[in-house]
Design a protein around this ligand. Structure first.
Ligand code: MIC
Ligand code: SF4
Length: 646
């Protein structure tokens, strides 16, 4: 029986566990990446593990999220990360060099290698045939130290692409179609593998748009084969030497299959407030808009920007629309500057932003009240833009630029004939904003520079014998990490200060939650299905940890967040019967008696007694050998320290 591409790469990297579906397996990690909003914590954790030098083939620290620098905090974090990187063997991509995923694809990604990154959109690397997975900072710290990364051996979904996209229909529309069919929960526990004749019609940046937004499916990762198109891209980046051909065997067996005829797709948008709320341009109609933002790790490549410049050239944006453009990397921005396309954008009235995440994570450019904003980004969760009642639509760069001119949602197919937009034969290459680490012999003399906002990892303790406490919060379905731990210009600077950032935990849902939870001392949270979807930010687990949360009981979890809870030593529990969700209310007192003994004895079904109502609620606590030990130890940091001692 043949193998899928995913299986081939995983098989080459497995170091622990058995290659059986549904089993937990440990894989060797070749490359890691961090960004600054999760990076400070990841490097504090790496330091706490006491490993002197990274043991990966390549680790890169990017600065791209917190670049507003409205106080000293961001700049201090940049300096800290730069100095830690220099000392411990990590390449440092300085602020201004671009968004981590865009730069990693351009300059560092290697087909067939494994990459984990402390950012949920790390699967962008699947665009050049990597197994690239988003993870919590602690997992990345462990991988930098040479430890394996653990995943559940995934189900593999084949997406068979046929045909070719029509003019002005984009890669964004492909992934919006997949989201429409599978939903934001549809990818959990799965890898999405793209195959078929249609693959050849998509360039690497287009493939990367598709794998990037696989994160919105909840998928472990997404991957394209590495073929002659991949080689062409790597050649143009002067990196042909890292190319290898990679594809699934013809007789590979998949768990699920999906067929998409590219020629049947039309321009679409993900409507507020979920990336799977898909409508076609026609279905929405010529809706009046207030803002357009173009960029983010999903759609900020050179060709994306060239399309936008072409549409804007010689025109002026609509008087009621604000247009912001953030090219994805220094390479992209520089090439636009050199070939005059930047001038076309500026001339049309675009507000050019630095190459960084910017508005995607609510760092500036929040829309007006109730403002309708078309964005080429990947997430439109409520409030993420910084405007609570902002209405965010996720669209292709083509649709965004066309609409910026007309002031209403505009089908880009009305733009007339589409010229051919080709990948350049040579990208402009200058890695002068990537600082290499100090040579090993000199690392001891490198001083790590810390600012006053950088506080140590919160205290953890081994799992209690029994848990007896109140429910401090009850929430519904599809709670995102932006609900649990909001970002934006006010809160992001606190990413290296857990006591301070925890004061904002869940305030989007309930202003009083942080104070109430802290006053309770210990408590649990109850939630619905797909709890914790979205970001990889471990702050969504560390802030609850700091506020005394002992367990989270929900209908189902999103993958990365569940792993982050375990890493923080918080028990992840799910209802055996989803209907029992109604038997427990905020403020109820609950008991999980002898939980430590039960988990030690590998019991997976436990009983939560609701002391307030008298109900006995069966719950699942499915922890395998390793995750069980992590929870018993009080989290991954303690567990790793103990293992290193042994
Ligand atoms: C996001 O898109 O939500 C982020 C900001 O990039 C996060 C990481 C973070 O919260 O720092 C992600 O996707 O993991
Ligand atoms: Fe940055 Fe947005 Fe991409 Fe997250 S999704 S890495 S915030 S550009």
């Amino acid at each position: 029986m043949g193998l899928t591409l995913t299986e081939k790469i995983l098989k080459n990297h497995i170091v622990d566990g058995e290659f059986v579906k549904g089993n937990e397996i440990g894989i060797r990690i070749d490359q890691t990446l961090t960004q600054d909003a999760t990076g400070t914590m990841a490097y504090l954790e790496f330091e706490a593990m006491g490993v002197p030098r990274v043991r990966t083939e390549r680790s890169v620290a990017y600065i791209d999220h917190n670049t507003l620098q409205s106080g000293f905090e961001n700049a201090d974090d940049h300096r800290f990360i730069g100095s830690v990187a220099k000392k411990h063997g990590i390449y440092f991509s300085r602020p201004g060099n671009g968004i981590c995923h865009q730069v990693h694809l351009e300059r560092f990604g290697v087909p067939g290698k494994t990459l984990i990154g402390s950012d949920s959109h790390t699967p962008t690397g699947g665009g050049i045939g990597m197994i690239a997975i988003g993870a919590g900072g602690l997992d990345v710290a462990v991988a930098m130290g040479g430890g394996a990364y653990y995943i559940t051996y995934p189900k593999i979904v084949k997406v068979n692409l046929t045909g070719k996209l029509c003019p002005w229909v984009a890669a964004k529309d492909v992934i919006l179609e997949v989201l429409k069919r599978l939903s934001v929960k549809g990818g959990v526990g799965k890898v999405i593998e793209y195959c078929g004749e249609g693959v050849k019609t998509l360039s690497v940046p287009e493939r990367a748009t598709i794998t990037n937004m696989g994160a919105e499916l909840g998928a472990t990762t997404s991957i394209f084969p590495s073929d002659e198109i991949t080689l062409e891209f790597l050649k143009a980046q002067d990196r042909a030497d890292v190319w290898t051909e990679l594809k699934a065997d013809d007789d590979a067996v998949y768990d699920e299959e999906l067929n998409i005829d590219l020629s049947e797709l039309v321009p679409m948008a993900a409507c507020p407030h979920s990336p799977d709320n898909i409508k076609t341009c026609d279905e929405i109609g010529p809706m009046k808009i207030d803002q357009v933002c173009i960029g983010s790790c999903t759609n900020s490549s050179f060709v994306d920007m060239m399309k936008v410049a072409h549409i804007l050239k010689g025109k002026t944006i609509h008087p009621d629309v604000s247009l912001a453009i953030a090219p994805g990397s220094k390479q992209v921005l520089n090439m636009l500057a050199q070939n005059g396309a930047l001038s076309d954008m500026i001339d049309a009235g675009a507000r050019i932003l630095e190459s960084a995440c910017g508005p995607c994570i609510g760092m500036g450019q929040s829309p007006n009240s109730k403002g309708i904003s078309l964005r080429t980004f990947n997430r439109n969760f409520e409030g993420r833009s910084g405007t609570k009642d902002g209405q965010i639509y996720l669209v292709s760069p083509e649709l965004a630029a066309a609409s910026a001119l007309t002031g209403v949602l505009t089908d880009p197919r009305t733009l007339g004939e589409m010229p051919e937009f080709k990948l350049p034969e040579h990208f402009v290459i200058n890695d002068n904003m990537v600082t290499p680490p100090a040579p090993e012999a000199e690392m001891d003399s490198v001083e790590v520079l810390r600012g006053p906002n950088i506080k140590p990892f919160p205290e953890t303790s081994p799992l209690d014998e029994s848990i007896e406490c109140k429910v401090s919060l009850k929430v519904g379905d599809n709670i995102t990490t932006d609900h649990i731990m909001p970002a934006g210009a006010k809160i992001l600077p606190l990413r290296s200060n857990i006591p301070a950032i925890s004061q904002h935990c869940f305030t989007v849902c309930d202003e009083d939650f942080p104070r109430r939870a802290k006053n309770m001392g210990k408590s649990i949270i109850v939630g619905g299905s797909n709890y914790g979807q979205g970001s990889s930010r471990e702050h969504a687990a560390l802030a609850p940890l700091y506020l005394g949360i002992k367990a989270v009981l929900v209908k189902s979890f999103a993958r990365i967040h569940r792993a982050n809870l375990i890493n923080a030593g918080i028990l992840p529990l799910t209802f055996v019967n989803e209907a029992d969700y109604d038997k427990i209310s905020q403020g109820d007192e609950i008991v999980l008696a002898d939980v430590r003994a039960d988990i030690t004895a590998d019991k997976t079904q436990l009983t939560v007694v609701n002391k307030t109502t008298g109900d006995e609620i069966p719950v699942l606590c499915e922890l395998t050998g390793r995750t069980k030990d992590i929870v018993l130890a009080g989290g991954l940091l303690d567990y790793t320290r103990e293992s290193l001692k042994k």
